[in-house]
Design a binder for this molecule. Structure first.
Ligand code: SAM
Ligand code: SF4
Length: 457
């Protein structure tokens, strides 16, 4: 397949011409961004050069845009690692094949269900299945079998997947198993760096990876998640390439990236790469997140526990809409914690707070945690999702769903978070303008208090 949609020459040209946007130009770009029409490569490249006060202005604009599209909600999820067997040798990852120190672990479907139950007991409803690349263990059949076992055996309402690229037929198998978003991070869009970082195994093939989304969409998976591993190459190049990738999908399938993840390189035991060749410092990283929010206003921006607690809490105000919480990056990590031999972690988690602590921080910052999974279950996916979001109607359904799912979470809570959460729900309920909707939400909240579960709009 033709992969010229990642046009390195064009990106290099744009970056050579890029200048920090001055007064009127900055104002003009921010005003356009706030109409939610997205940004092109030239504007994006200029914004990525901003410093000082201008950088802060961009972050504030990102916060306003996020509010317009997603309101005050922050979606919560946890990763569930299925195995750490891998045929690749990515220089930055503990799971790489040649890492002889890695303790390998492969969960049976029943063990995966047990992990999912443990996460459900803590309050999670949305999980991201993650695994290494292995001809059998990461095959569509294996992932689909595990997904179906979890749906049947645990109170988990949506499973997303982050795994190696598949063929169209294999993506269809996953689609039929009812997975939500399929994520593949390109790691780096820069071909030369990609070749150096991925010396062997299937992942060495850049073209196979960069066309994964096309095959997923051709198979009927409406929501695809993109990402770049920041630290491998120039972050400005990566952002422009990611925009080209998303634009290519939009032109071909009518819908671009559903989510964008922003992993920054973390230390990983047994990895070859111990330091980022292109480190992205905290200020640059905050700007990256904000600029992505401006450039792709409707995409979910996903921030994981690779970042420090303070950074995670702060970035809620600069465009992040989804966060993981209480995460483990090893297969069996939720139940094996107390055992002596634990499988190796993929990388070191930075934010080790429990789910409850993260929820408290989200509430303290004035946001509403959401465990909602309704879009995927009510078929508001792919182009349909964008249609609803573009009409500004997401807010009418998503806020009520956030309140209902947070209320459900709080039923098992007591103490300060319960009190604070109930207050947040009460206030948000009273802020719903539509009288009819307000009454419907109020009734449903009361039903949850009576013990009913999984009520959604
Ligand atoms: N094995 C599959 C793959 O590589 O696409 C899917 C899952 S992989 C475990 C998930 C992601 O973790 C990778 O795409 C990569 O971006 C990220 N990752 C790997 N090593 C990392 C590290 N040391 N620090 C931060 N993220 C890392
Ligand atoms: Fe394997 Fe993925 Fe780690 Fe690469 S990043 S070694 S493909 S698990």
């Amino acid at each position: 397949m033709n992969t010229s949609f990642i046009d390195e020459r064009r990106i290099t040209e744009v970056l050579q011409e890029a200048r920090p946007p001055q007064n009127t130009r900055l104002r003009d770009i921010l005003e356009r961004a706030e109409t939610l029409s997205g940004l092109g490569l030239v504007d994006t490249a200029d914004l990525l050069m901003a410093t000082g006060e201008d950088r802060l202005q961009i972050m504030e604009a990102a916060g306003r845009i996020k509010r317009k599209v997603y309101g005050d909600r922050v979606v919560i999820f946890a990763p569930l690692y299925l195995h750490n067997e891998c045929i690749n040798n990515c220089l930055y990852c503990s799971f790489r094949q040649d890492n002889e120190e890695a303790v390998r672990r492969n969960l049976t479907p029943q063990e995966a269900v047990d992990e999912a139950r443990a996460l459900a007991a803590r309050g999670h409803r949305r999980l991201l299945l993650v695994c290494g690349e292995h001809p059998r263990l990461s095959s569509a059949a294996c992932i689909a079998e595990t997904a179906q076992a979890i749906y049947a055996g645990a109170d988990i309402r949506r499973l997303h997947v982050n795994a190696a690229p598949l063929s169209v037929d294999d993506f269809r198998t996953l689609q039929e198993a009812g997975i939500g978003v399929f994520q593949v991070f390109q790691e780096t869009y820069h071909r030369k760096t990609y070749a150096a970082m991925h010396p062997s195994g299937r992942k060495a093939d850049y073209n196979w990876r960069v066309t994964a989304m096309d095959r997923a969409m051709a198979a009927g998976i409406g929501d695809v998640g993109m990402g770049v591993l920041f630290g491998l190459y120039d972050h400005k190049f990566e952002i422009l390439a990611l925009l080209q990738h998303s634009a290519h999908l939009r032109e071909t399938f009518g819908v671009g990236a559903h989510t964008v993840s922003v992993p920054r390189l973390r230390p990983a035991a047994g990895a070859i790469l111990q330091r980022a060749p292109y480190p992205v410092d905290d200020e640059q990283f905050q700007l990256v997140v904000a600029v992505l929010r401006l450039a792709l206003p409707y995409a979910g921006i996903v921030l994981t526990t690779r970042e420090a607690p303070g950074m995670r809490d702060e970035l809620l105000a600069a465009g992040v809409s989804q966060i993981s919480a209480g995460s483990s990056t090893s297969p069996g990590g939720y139940l094996d914690k107390d055992r002596e031999i634990a499988a190796v972690d993929q990388f070191k988690v930075y934010d080790n707070r429990s789910l409850k602590k993260v929820l408290k921080a989200v509430c303290n910052k004035g946001y509403i945690p959401s465990f909602c999974t309704a879009c995927y279950r009510k078929e508001r996916t792919g182009a349909g999702f964008y249609h609803i979001a573009g009409r500004g109607e997401l807010e009418k359904l998503c806020l009520p769903n956030a309140l209902l799912t947070f209320k459900e979470y709080l039923q098992a809570e007591n103490g300060q978070l319960k009190e604070q959460g109930e207050e947040i729900i009460h206030k948000a309920l009273n802020d719903i303008n539509d009288k009819h909707m307000r009454k419907q939400v109020k009734d449903r909240l009361a039903r949850i208090e009576q013990g009913e579960r999984d009520i959604l709009f």
